[in-house]
Design a protein around this ligand. Structure first.
Ligand SMILES: [Zn+2]
Length: 211
């Protein structure tokens, strides 16, 4: 995790500079990438965004995935726009498998077979090993010189499998204008932030009044 990540500080996530941006390197699309710093698989799953109750695609072009991988520097290889653009449908299909696995984890259900097979295929394609650095830090390294997009798929799949293996406290914030996976600090945390909890209660109240 690089300095400045706000993992766990969910209430701070929507304030200030987006993660990865610095004053001398402003983010060209800050509103798109406010959701960063969760486990890598969750960040990848969060590349769609809800506006009210409509799911909006954030990976419209190869440039979008390139920008996202730059924000994930240190955890993911940079994927060039051209390479990403040529395989965007594959990226979105893989993301659907990742989301299916994460939703199952959140709901305490078994991971669907198709999603599990998709994740396994990706980790088998680019083997990753944990190496020890002087001083005791560890680093997840890809063997060989893989294609950056294939390495990204493998790292995201590895992250998703680790979340399932360790029964991580992952949450899914079902509030309007959110719909994002987040790392929960406690099992009964339902919304990613107070703002989302408030918005969800207001929406529910409005729904009851209309009914
Ligand atoms: Zn939320």
């Amino acid at each position: 995790m690089s300095p400045g990540r706000s993992r766990g500080q969910t209430s701070d996530r929507r304030r200030g500079l987006p993660t990865g941006a610095t004053p001398d390197r402003p983010d060209p699309v800050p509103h798109l990438w406010e959701w960063l710093g969760e486990p890598l698989a969750a960040d990848f799953a969060n590349t769609t965004k809800r506006r009210a109750s409509v799911e909006v695609e954030l990976l419209l072009r190869g440039e979008d995935l390139e920008a996202w991988t730059r924000h994930e520097r240190g955890r993911a290889p940079e994927v060039r726009a051209e390479a990403a653009g040529a395989r965007l449908e594959e990226v979105r299909a893989f993301r659907a498998d990742v989301r299916a696995a994460l939703h199952a984890l959140v709901d305490g259900e078994p991971v669907p077979r198709a999603a599990a097979e998709a994740l396994n295929a990706r980790v088998r394609a680019v083997p990753l090993v944990t190496e020890l650095r002087a001083g005791g830090a560890t680093e997840l390294c890809a063997l060989g010189v893989p294609d950056p997009l294939d390495e990204l798929f493998a790292r995201v799949a590895h992250s998703a499998i680790e979340l399932v293996r360790t029964s991580s406290l992952l949450g899914f914030c079902d509030a309007p204008s959110c719909g994002q996976f987040f790392a929960r600090e406690r099992a009964n945390k339902r919304w990613c932030s107070e703002a989302c909890g408030t918005r969800a209660r207001v929406a529910r109240h409005a729904g009851h009044r209309r009914a």
